[in-house]
Design a binder for this molecule. Structure first.
Ligand SMILES: Cc1cc2nc3c(=O)[nH]c(=O)nc-3n(C[C@H](O)[C@H](O)[C@H](O)COP(=O)(O)O)c2cc1C
Length: 187
């Protein structure tokens, strides 16, 4: 196996998410790859450029939603990442809905939606990392199998390099593959 040196830049894989915020009372949606977990606590982080229209909304309301688009939403998802709510009204692209709390719009067409309350934020390289406590989660009924959200039905997109990829097939089971491998190791 020969290694080659590559540029010192992240290359992915990144999750493909649509963040929803109300800006001046109107829903705005922005595509992000900078989104993740901190631990298994009910907290997510997102990282938004200071100059984005959406960033205003998160600062204004202290809430944001993270919506997982499925692969068949690739065009509208990419569109939300190339035009700004400063000049284009992105509120009509999707059907917006709200939790009883209100606070941030969510996208009906996305199989999974997480409403988050900002609990911390950290400025970083012209971006703001917002840490959000998950206060409500919604799933589309047709994406459930045996009462649980089914990843293959959600069919999220992963970004890597300059492409979006859909999930593909199951290749192993969490906490089982490692246990199987452990059995083959000499103690
Ligand atoms: C695939 C993709 C991933 C992106 N990831 C991020 C990100 O993680 N953080 C960010 O601030 N902008 C990200 N962007 C750029 C914003 O989506 C883009 O600048 C958008 O137009 C800003 O919209 P707004 O001004 O309405 O908030 C990404 C764009 C694309 C296409």
């Amino acid at each position: 196996m020969k290694k080659v040196k590559l540029p010192n830049r992240p290359f992915g894989p990144f999750p493909t998410m649509l963040v929803g915020v109300d800006v001046n009372g109107k829903p705005n949606y922005v595509t992000i790859g900078a989104c993740g977990v901190v631990s298994l606590e009910n907290v997510l982080y997102i990282s938004l450029k200071n100059t984005h229209h959406s960033t205003l909304g998160v600062k204004e309301n202290g809430y944001f939603s993270v919506n997982i688009p499925s692969a068949d939403m690739v065009q509208k998802t990419d569109y939300c990442g190339v035009v700004s709510g400063k000049t284009v009204d992105k509120s009509m692209l999707f059907t917006s809905f709200y939790d009883d709390l209100g606070k941030a719009p969510m996208i009906k067409e996305c199989p999974m939606n997480l409403l988050c309350k900002v609990i911390n934020s950290v400025p970083m390289f012209g971006f703001e990392m917002f840490f959000g406590e998950i206060v409500a989660v919604y799933g589309n009924e047709e994406c459930l199998s045996a009462g649980k959200l089914d990843p293959l039905k959600v069919n999220p997109m992963i970004m890597m390099g300059s492409s979006y990829f859909s999930l593909g097939q199951v290749v192993g089971q969490v906490f089982k593959e490692g246990v199987e491998f452990k059995k083959t190791q000499n103690e």
